[in-house]
Each structure stands twice: as C-alpha cells, then as structure tokens.
Write a protein that binds this ligand. Structure first.
Ligand code: BTN
Length: 246
C-alpha cells in the first residue's frame, strides 16, 4: 500500500499533516511551516525526497516509495535542544524493534541494523533572534531501498532486506509517531538518555571521531561523547549538533 494524504491524515489523527508525493526536503517544508506558526506535533511526510539534507552538509536522496521520510515540528524548551536528535534516534530504534529486528545506535544518532545504517536524523532549529521558534526533527528510514551494487552497500541497509519480508510503511509511520509522542513527553529525563545510551554500540571500543581517537568511555546527558586518548587525556566530542535553520 502506498502512502497518500488521506491515509496518513487518518492514521496520524489528530495531528496536522502535510503530505507531498514529492518534496525537495521535508525539513525545509517544516521550517517554512514553523514560520507560519505550526503547532507542536505537526508532521510533513513525502513519498519521495529529491534534495534531502543530511548531517554535516551531506545529501540524503530517497527514491519514490522506498523509505519513511518525515519531519515533525516540535516546540521544546531551549535547554532540551541537545536531546532532539536523541529523541528521534530512540523513537526510530523502537519502531525498528517493533518490526522484530534488533536496533543499535551508532553515536550520535544513526540507527543501525546488522551493523549498517538504517536511518538518519537531522534536527534543525528556527530562531526569531534570541527566541527559539521551534525545531524541525527530520527522520529518514530506509524501508526498501536496494543498496546492492551501490557504494553504500557495505554501510547502509533497508528494513525489508534485514527482515526478509515486506513491511507496511503506514504502520511503521504510526508506530514512529507514537514513540515520538511518548519520548517527547520525557525529554530532559534520564529515561530518554538511558534508552539512548543503552543502545549505543561503541561504548568501551576504540573509535575515531574527526581527529580524536581513543576509547569511547562514556556519554553525558546532552549526548556529548567522552573519548579517552592513548595519552590518558579525556576529550569531549559534542553531539548536540542542532544545525541552524533559517
Ligand atoms: C544523516 O545525515 O544521517 C541525517 C539524514 C536526515 C534525513 C532526513 S529525511 C527527512 C528530513 N528531511 C531532510 O532533508 N533531511 C531529513
């Protein structure tokens, strides 16, 4: 079954939904809707994203009807901004687990299945000067993208490939929305932090983040990673990378 405006609206009631058959970037649409005064919980969904944006300036292209492409509008308190991507990652991980797969989180917020990336999260904040207008929490989940024979084959995977059976994107979307609601009500709590930390797959291991190399020793509540370098120095690597929207 393909996603349509009617099906998505029905299933996500009473949320406000804007559905697009094709969109450049759902995060751009969400930031635009925020400027129009969108309420918390409003959702943008598309079947195909052609100019999707990823973290660190990367692109995130998604062929038609092969993924979940969602941006949700949130109005968190400013001090909770660093937990927005954590919220997205935990909600996605639980949605993945509800399909019968085991999910892990690669710091800071990539959900992985079988050691490969199944989703990405990009939280962007919109400001009126000093005032936080809101956040566009964008999530992309690979449901049936065929990565075989592509350069991403060794690092990315789709849920259906991992599971070996067909999934219903509308059911996945409804589950994701439910988990987002649940955890949004717990932003700032240690429960959200623990749900995230408990799925991290690199604690205690040797890792490299940018030019920092060492043992991933611990994480703190805003998502910061503490890396113990070979010389004994403890380096903090910031995860709360809420990119600036317009
Ligand atoms: C990453 O680099 O891992 C984050 C990818 C985030 C992609 C999602 S898809 C929905 C939303 N719209 C965008 O343009 N990007 C995010």
């Amino acid at each position: 079954m393909t996603l349509s405006a009617h099906l998505v609206e029905e299933r996500l009631k009473p949320r406000r939904v804007r559905f697009y058959e094709q969109a450049d970037s759902t995060n751009d649409l969400a930031l635009e809707w925020l400027r129009e005064g969108a309420a918390s919980g409003a959702v943008i969904v598309t079947n195909e994203q052609v100019k999707g944006r990823g973290r660190l300036g990367r692109t995130w292209h998604t062929p038609p009807k092969t993924a979940l492409i969602v941006s949700i509008i949130l109005h968190p308190r400013r001090e909770h901004l660093p937990q927005m991507t954590m919220l997205g990652a935990v909600a996605i991980a639980e949605m993945v687990e509800s399909s019968g797969l085991q999910a892990e989180i690669k710091w800071p917020n990539d959900v992985q299945v079988n050691g490969k990336k199944v989703s990405g999260v990009l939280a962007e904040a919109a400001w009126d000067g000093e005032r936080l207008r809101g956040v566009a929490l964008g999530m992309g989940v690979n449901v049936r993208i065929d990565f075989s024979g592509t350069e991403l084959a060794t690092t990315a995977i789709s849920l259906e490939t991992a599971l070996g059976k067909r999934l219903n994107r509308l059911d996945l979307l409804a589950t994701l929305a439910g988990r987002l609601d649940y955890w949004y009500g717990r932003v700032g709590s240690t429960a959200l932090f623990e749900a995230w930390r408990g799925r991290l797959n690199m604690l205690g291991k040797q890792i490299a983040v940018g030019n920092v190399t060492g043992t991933a020793e611990a994480v703190v509540v805003d998502g910061t990673l503490l890396i113990r370098e070979a010389d004994g120095n403890l380096r903090r690597v910031i995860a709360g990378d809420i990119a600036l929207g317009s």
